[in-house]
Design a protein around this ligand. Structure first.
Ligand SMILES: Cc1cc2nc3c(=O)[nH]c(=O)nc-3n(C[C@H](O)[C@H](O)[C@H](O)COP(=O)(O)O)c2cc1C
Length: 408
């Protein structure tokens, strides 16, 4: 099954069911453009023969960055660099879609002085996020235009689709959640109003890119916060996405406050994939996928925790999902991915850096993946043994350094 092709509603086909899900690369140049490092990374990922690669989030506005190393899709002048990145990323007949995002209140403090958000609800996490300004109607219109501009640039440069990032607590996800969207205008209140930004963006992009260009959405099953975006909300939004003719739905969960894909299962309980990872521990969002199947027929991609070949095939054969998404294994098990796809490697061992100090695990893990992405972008191999201390503080240094280099 993993090796079977899949036709999407817009008419395009993916050559198999394995997807490399988005991972932020943080390595853009001073002009927020892709570099040779991006080409190296995506060439390596294309060599895994995965049918679809999804880029790390690229943002629509250089004043609102998730990372000071983001690529910003806002200027036709960068087309030559985008074209050569897209060519490397699609060199094996695979697809590569651009994940388009706006960070909203989850903007790196080093890179974004005054974040924009649906409402003034600050993210309080180690003082790393600034107090946001509530968006005006004009800010919202500019954001919609920014998403459309980015999607058009993606198409023009040879990427084969786009994914709208509506998960993980970024701007669109902030609009969807009653915890962060306190607006009383047409963009807040009822679920219909909270979904308006996402639906308008999709509609406007579709008008420009046409019916045959794939548009996907990454959506949270829930954000695991009391009073936040729930599974029931998510199922209702899925119905709306179906009506809009979305080509692919990816399910994930959590926000910066609860990083579900690192540490939580769908009930919000702690779950860290381990070497002894069992089927039960795999695929945190699979139960929610079953519920989605009852309300829509949008092709479904589930990401988070998949590691064994048999389990991937089982859920595909049972028609629980259409595509299997993986992210971390494309760093930690890069050399095994092609053999995995061919059924020659039955299980992708989790390779994680552990500090042994609970407060540092998330930051160390984040630094560990970021450093390894940079290594692979530089043509080096994945490295397991790294200094836990340096990994824990790496991202703060990296972001600061990038922000200074770009004079942000
Ligand atoms: C280093 C890193 C960066 C990530 N960046 C993004 C991102 O830019 N956009 C996104 O939607 N998800 C991002 N994710 C989440 C992954 O796409 C994925 O949902 C998550 O890692 C769970 O899948 P896995 O268990 O196969 O790693 C990131 C994950 C990691 C580990």
């Amino acid at each position: 099954m993993l090796n079977e092709s899949l036709k999407l509603p817009c008419g395009v086909s993916l050559k198999n069911r394995l997807v490399k899900s988005a991972m932020t690369e943080r390595i853009s140049n001073k002009k927020f453009e892709p570099t040779n490092g991006h080409e190296q990374l995506y060439s390596d990922w294309a060599d895994t023969e995965a049918g679809l690669l999804i880029t790390g989030n690229v943002v629509i506005d250089r004043k609102h960055l998730e990372s000071a190393g983001n690529i910003v899709f806002d200027d036709e002048k960068m087309l030559p660099k985008l074209r050569s990145w897209a060519a490397a990323a699609t060199k094996n007949g695979n697809h590569c879609w651009v994940q388009i995002s706006h960070s909203g209140r989850q903007a790196s403090r080093f890179a974004t002085r005054r974040p924009l958000a649906p409402s003034v609800v600050q993210l309080k996490k180690m003082g790393l996020f600034g107090k946001p300004k509530a968006m005006t109607a004009n800010d919202i219109q500019q954001t919609i235009s920014g998403f459309v501009r980015a999607a058009c640039l993606a198409k023009k440069s040879g990427f084969t689709g786009v994914q709208i990032h509506a998960a993980h607590g970024y701007l669109i996800s902030q609009f969807l959640s009653p915890n962060t969207n306190l607006r009383t205008d047409e963009w807040g209140g009822s679920l219909e109003n909270r979904s308006r930004l996402l639906l308008t963006i999709i509609r406007e992009i579709r008008k420009k890119v046409g019916a045959e260009f794939p548009i996907g959405v990454k959506l949270n099953s829930a954000d695991f916060q009391r009073g936040g975006f729930t599974e029931d909300d998510s199922l209702e939004v899925v119905k709306m996405l179906h009506a809009e003719g979305v080509d692919l739905l990816e399910i994930s969960g959590g926000t910066y406050e609860k990083l579900a894909f690192f540490v939580l299962n769908e009930e919000g309980n702690e779950l860290r994939p381990t070497r002894e990872s069992t089927k039960k521990r795999e695929a945190y969002f699979i139960d929610f996928a079953k519920k989605i199947r009852t309300v829509c027929t949008i092709p479904l991609l589930v990401t988070g925790g998949f590691r064994s070949y048999d389990f991937c095939n089982e859920v595909l054969e049972n028609d629980e999902v259409d595509l299997i998404g993986m992210a971390r294994p494309f760093i930690t098990n890069l050399n095994d991915m092609k053999a995995f796809l061919n059924g020659e490697v039955p299980y992708l061992q989790n390779k994680v850096l552990r500090t042994g100090i609970a407060q540092f695990e998330d930051s160390a893990e984040g630094g560990f993946y970021a450093r390894n992405i940079i290594r692979i972008a530089n043509g080096k191999a994945f490295k397991l043994n790294m200094s836990p201390l340096w990994c824990s503080i790496f991202l703060i240094f990296h972001e600061f350094r990038k922000a200074v280099a770009k004079k942000i």
